[in-house]
Ligand binder design. Structure first.
Ligand code: FE2
Length: 196
């Protein structure tokens, strides 16, 4: 599969969701009691922030006893396994042999984060008009987080295998793939959970 639970955006990336700072108007002495908060439509939980997802993968990467026994390596493609799935997020474990990569992809509107537990990866993304193509080295012990619109290409260009932990919120529902051409990223295909 081409699933890329490849998270990415940097540790410095700010969440794209912000807390609701709206304060209710002060109640007058004759006001009725405040009604309880209205749950989200359809009972869908609010997505976790990129910052929270980064904390999840960073802390999990530091507890290899919880996942190291699951790790496999595949010469066919990146190996992956979902470790946990909840209503508001899911966690994936992925291994990367040298040369394996995701290609440019989005995350179907999910926020995400990933931590490199073993080895080292390289991440490509498009910056602003003045930045062009950005290439980042992501060594073991570091994590990146990203918002719902993020597109990147993650690859293992090192000489040894890598192992990563990924978290997405909401859980991944689709992923689109892109080609990087002279004019920018061009969407080429889309996949869903049935292909994972
Ligand atoms: Fe990704």
């Amino acid at each position: 599969m081409t699933l890329s639970p490849s998270p990415s955006i940097s540790s410095e990336t700010q969440p794209t969701v912000s807390p609701d700072n709206t304060r209710p108007a002060a109640a007058s002495p004759t006001s009725a009691p405040e009604p309880p908060p209205t749950p989200p439509a359809g009972g869908t939980p609010a997505p976790l922030t990129p910052s929270t997802l980064r904390t999840i993968v960073r802390e999990l990467a530091e507890r290899p006893e919880e996942w190291i026994h699951h790790v496999r390596l595949s010469t066919e493609e990146r190996w992956y396994r979902r470790l946990a799935a909840d209503d508001d997020h899911e966690v994936w474990l992925i291994s990367w042999l040298p040369g394996q990569s995701t290609g440019f992809h989005d995350h179907g509107g999910s926020r995400g984060a990933f931590a490199v537990a073993l080895g080292e990866l390289e991440e490509l993304s498009l910056g602003g008009p003045e930045q062009g193509l950005l290439i980042r080295r992501i060594p073991a012990g570091t994590a990146r987080a990203f918002g719902p619109e993020y597109v990147h290409d993650v690859r293992n260009t090192a000489v040894g295998p890598a192992v990563t932990l990924h978290a997405y919120s909401p859980p991944l529902s689709s992923m689109a793939h892109y080609d990087l051409r002279a004019g920018g990223l061009v969407r080429t295909s889309e996949e869903g959970p049935e292909q994972w």
